[in-house]
Design a protein around this ligand. Structure first.
Ligand code: ADP
Ligand code: MG
Length: 258
């Protein structure tokens, strides 16, 4: 069989096997490896490595696109110098993702603009890159979904916010929720307890959660489960959004909140 016929057949089979990256690089690779007289084995290995890397990259891109994350940020982009009160070691160590494997939770607390969502997003991105399923939502959107599920009376087990290895619930405390919504949230937290990890960001201290959720007994039950296996990161510093906009040195002068 002529070389061209062989190449045509290979191209065809690569398409059928859904290995498009190999199809793209085959000819060039072939030339390079022939020139360098490298082994068949290393040739096959190089082709497969490229295909796997490309597939992996598109898996991550796709998962991030549908994750619901409000933006994409990394730990490297976080300026710890701006938040001197924050324990860098404690935050950094979360990024080994042990807490996800242990089905634990992470709670970021602090006033607006201190980087709660940034760090939560960075953790979710890291988990996604590590091959874990992620889902991100605001508390408000989650409550809407839980209510809809309750009304439709359908099984919720297949929902991404139930079954993802890591769920980020952003902005707990920005909008007050009713007693009924509080019960739905309790059911949600109880379902995921010791089964999968949740990251929460909140501008409210736990002591204010009772008021926020209306039902102190249920709040205790929610916090009990959330905090049992958890890391709490309190960020008490200044708002990054107001950086350079307040005070002489570019820092606000207001007192930090819980
Ligand atoms: P929060 O969720 O606490 O209200 P965000 O995480 O949304 O605050 O931060 C607001 C903006 O400021 C985001 O664009 C975030 O990336 C950025 N930001 C906050 N803190 C830092 C920081 N220490 N270093 C770099 N960027 C930061
Ligand atoms: Mg936020």
């Amino acid at each position: 069989m002529s070389e061209q016929l062989l190449l045509d057949r290979i191209e065809n089979n690569l398409l059928r096997l859904r290995l498009p990256r190999i199809g793209e690089i085959l000819s060039e690779m072939l030339k390079t490896f022939e020139k360098q007289s490298r082994s068949h084995l290393s040739f096959l290995d190089a082709l497969l490595e490229e295909e796997v890397a490309t597939k992996e990259q598109s898996r991550v891109e796709n998962a991030l696109r549908i994750s619901g994350l409000p933006f994409i940020k990394s730990l490297d982009e976080f300026d710890f110098a701006f938040q001197p009160g924050l324990d860098r070691q404690k935050v950094s160590s979360l990024f080994d993702l042990t807490f996800v494997r242990d089905k634990g939770n992470v709670l970021f607390l602090g006033p607006p603009g201190v980087g709660k969502t940034h760090l939560a997003v960075a953790l979710a991105v890291k988990a996604c890159q590590a091959g874990l399923s992620i889902y991100a939502t605001t508390m408000e959107a989650l409550i809407k979904k839980l209510k809809k599920d309750e009304e439709s009376n359908r099984s919720v087990k297949g929902r991404a916010y139930y079954k993802s290895a890591l769920v980020l619930i952003d902005e707990v405390g920005y909008t007050p929720i009713t007693r009924e919504e509080c019960h739905l949230f309790f059911k949600f937290v109880a379902y995921r307890y010791e089964k999968a990890s949740t990251i929460i960001t909140s501008n409210k201290a736990f002591s204010d959660w009772s008021e926020l959720f209306h039902d102190p007994i249920i709040v205790t039950a929610i916090l009990d489960r959330l905090l049992h296996h958890s890391v709490i990161i309190n960020i008490r510093g200044n708002s990054y959004r107001l950086k350079g906009k307040m005070g002489k040195e570019g820092f606000e002068t207001r007192k930090p909140e819980g």
